[in-house]
Design a protein around this ligand. Structure first.
Ligand code: IMP
Ligand code: MG
Length: 180
């Protein structure tokens, strides 16, 4: 499979992703029985994961979406490491929040998000992530995890290369140099 100038090979097939997501949804259904959780999805990458997960969630639940801008350059002021659009305290306070993210890499993004949400006083706050690059962020607590992956560049199922590939049904990894 080719996107722009790079070749990719399948890492996780669509069927495996779907099976795993059904299992995660079952666990969520059990854990949140009698509750009314709010799924807070981080755009853009987590949209396919959320869409499929939601199909198997059998609870009265609500959905909100947030977009994050990371300021990773060293020249940026440290007082404004990120910006979260579209979140008010009233939405979070006293709610059971499940944050939905595509992939945890260094863990910096999600750490900031969880910290930010914690300050808005949710009743509970958990994290669902499809993928985790475990060798890089071993300390991030993921309550509902799809797959552990290696330290490789991935695309597909929400993940992009140069904005492309988010609509693919499988997750792909970058092909070796010799196959590019
Ligand atoms: P972190 O702060 O390093 O954990 O950044 C995580 C974010 O980086 C994810 O939400 C993705 O948007 C992006 N990301 C991390 N790894 C990959 C990858 O392999 N392919 C595409 N995007 C990635
Ligand atoms: Mg993301």
């Amino acid at each position: 499979m080719k996107l722009l100038d790079k070749r990719f090979t399948t890492l996780i097939a669509a069927e495996s992703i779907q099976t795993r997501i059904q299992t995660l949804a079952k666990t969520i259904n059990t854990d949140y029985k009698g509750k009314n959780p709010l799924f807070l999805t981080i755009l853009n990458g987590a949209f396919p994961f959320l869409a499929d997960l939601a199909k198997y969630v059998d609870l009265p639940c609500e959905f909100e979406f947030v977009k994050i801008s990371s300021y990773k350059g060293e020249t940026q002021a440290k007082t404004l490491p990120f910006m979260m659009l579209g979140i008010e305290q009233a939405l979070i306070q006293d709610r059971d929040i499940i944050v939905v993210e595509d992939i945890i890499d260094t863990g910096k993004t999600i750490e900031m998000v969880m910290h930010y949400l914690e300050a808005k006083k949710p009743r509970s706050l958990k994290l669902a992530a499809l993928l985790h690059k475990s060798s890089i962020a071993p300390n991030v607590k993921i309550d509902y995890l799809g797959f552990e992956v290696g330290d490789e560049f991935l695309v597909g199922y929400g993940l992009d290369y140069g904005g492309l590939g988010r609509n693919l049904q499988d997750v792909y990894k970058l092909a070796p140099e010799t196959e590019q």
